[in-house]
Design a protein around this ligand. Structure first.
Ligand SMILES: [Zn+2]
Length: 110
């Protein structure tokens, strides 16, 4: 069973947060997949509400057998991250213009 199939089998357990339609018929698009994580875009078939979901495959008992992987929707991604204010950008510009050395040193100093 491949990832979209697994996700489809899980989707019917969820309902759209906007229109409360069961997600069994929703659109599922895997954007990226790396290791046991995947970023998936789910589109409601009824109201076209889109959500990005980070999927983490969880394995019971530490097994990594493919057929024992059970995807669970464990965390969402905020739709609107905190915007960076122009003041913060100015501070960053000052910091960078005053900085001598490499990028590592920049990250190390707190
Ligand atoms: Zn909907």
């Amino acid at each position: 069973m491949d990832l979209p199939e697994l996700l489809r089998s899980q989707a019917r357990r969820y309902r759209c947060a906007v229109c409360n339609t069961n997600m069994a018929d929703c659109g599922i698009k895997v954007i990226t997949q790396q290791g046991n994580r995947a970023l998936v875009r789910v589109t409601c078939a009824s109201c076209n509400d889109e959500n990005l979901l980070q999927i983490i495959f969880q394995t019971d008992g530490g097994s990594i057998e493919e057929e024992q992987k059970v995807p669970t929707i464990s965390e969402g991604i905020p739709r609107v991250p905190d915007p960076i204010s122009s003041d913060e950008l100015l501070d960053l510009r000052d910091l960078l213009s005053a900085h001598q050395g490499g990028f590592r040193e920049l990250l190390d100093r707190h």
